[in-house]
Design a protein around this ligand. Structure first.
Ligand code: NAD
Ligand code: MG
Length: 338
């Protein structure tokens, strides 16, 4: 059974917290901590487009190096692929002795791209929600669940510090679940690759292509394979498999039970295990980081290929979403999955 904490001693955060970055997570952490009575300075690079938003929200803003100097906790809330650069240029050289370094995702620490020296607590507090929800729910008096993990416990009280921070951003109101950097990072990567961002969209695309190739209208294929997915996911989210199967017709349920595992069969599970192994061995991280360092040539290639493969479903999807008034319903803020 997982260990879940709801309490933390905010009094432990009696120094300055430097929140580096004011994006999705950064703005929520900075403002929630401030509203919890913690001294917060937002660290931004010169010319940051987030400066206006941070100042408008009444946050104290400083260049990253200045925010980091003298801080008790430094929260690394810039995008994962730029963290190494920001760490090397602005954070590491200015870190106060004994300062804790905090992450909201374990990627760079777990795979060794950033290796803080001994003497610093290295902790994770990761809300299981997109930043705007973390802020919105906090303001409404509620909170979001969060994960806490310790990579390096130099002070002997790293967990207590992480819990204090988690309470400060409002996760204590729901629960802070203890995990490790390895578990958070590996399961996060696996979930997004095999199921959420990789698997499901690929399944939708394959279903759409199958119908269109067989001569069905793309609009019909779109409704069947993509639009209705939301309805099914809502049912699963609200009441699990049993509720979904109860809500759909018996015909749909019979089709599900007799055909689903023919599509997602043991060979798919075997490849999922392969994908998990690439993550655990560090092969995926190595590939990702080296492409990043080379200026992302492979990423560009993959994006171009993805665009080409989804051109038709994107074309009809845009039309049909505009018709239904749902195009861009959630604005441009990225939701949930990183
Ligand atoms: P983001 O893309 O929303 O934030 C970017 C911010 O970083 C910008 O506002 C800017 O201030 C700054 N920034 C961007 N490029 C920079 C650069 N080159 N140099 C200096 N500063 C730069 O990031 P995010 O999605 O909030 O992610 C931050 C961390 O939180 C990541 O580790 C991510 O994995 C984690 N996380 C994100 C979410 C989420 O909902 N987005 C959820 C849980 C954890
Ligand atoms: Mg993820």
């Amino acid at each position: 059974m997982a260990t879940i904490h709801r309490d933390g001693d905010l009094g432990l955060l009696d120094g300055k917290v430097a929140v580096v970055g004011f994006g999705s997570q950064g703005h929520a952490h900075a403002l929630n901590l401030r509203d919890s009575g913690v001294e917060v300075v937002v660290g931004l690079r010169d010319g940051s487009s987030s400066r206006a938003a941070a100042e408008e929200a009444g946050a104290e803003v400083a260049p990253i190096a200045d925010a980091v100097r003298g801080a008790q906790v430094v929260a690394m809330l810039v995008p994962d692929h730029v963290q190494k650069g920001v760490w090397e240029s602005d954070v590491a050289p200015n870190l106060a002795p004994g300062a804790a370094v905090l992450f909201a995702h374990g990627l760079n620490i777990h795979f060794g791209r950033i290796a803080p020296p001994e003497g610093h607590d290295v902790i994770m507090v990761a809300p299981k929600a997109p930043g705007h929800r973390v802020r919105e729910l906090f303001v409404s008096g509620a909170g979001t669940p969060g994960l806490v993990a310790i990579h390096q416990d130099a002070s002997g009280r790293a967990l207590k510090l992480a819990l204090a921070y988690g309470v400060g951003i409002g996760c204590g109101r729901v629960g802070l679940l203890e995990t490790t950097f390895a578990e958070e990072t590996e399961s996060d990567l696996f979930g997004e690759q095999a199921v959420l961002c990789g698997g499901v969209p690929a399944l939708v695309q394959a279903g759409f292509d199958t119908l269109v190739e067989a001569g069905y209208q793309p609009e019909i294929a779109y409704y069947e394979c993509l639009n209705e997915l939301k309805l099914i996911v809502d049912l699963l989210y609200e009441g699990g498999y049993e509720y979904m199967r109860y809500s759909v017709s018996d015909v749909a349920e019979y089709g599900d039970l007799s055909r689903g595992t023919r599509v997602v069969d043991d060979s798919v599970r075997e490849r999922m295990r392969g994908i998990l192994e690439e993550i655990r061995s560090g092969a995926f991280a190595k590939e990702l980081f080296s492409d990043d360092e080379a200026g992302r040539p492979r990423f560009a290639e993959l994006r171009a290929r993805g665009e080409k493969e989804s051109a038709e479903i994107e074309r009809v999807g845009k039309e049909l979403r505009e018709l239904a008034g749902v195009e861009g319903l959630h604005g441009t803020e990225r939701l949930g999955v990183r």
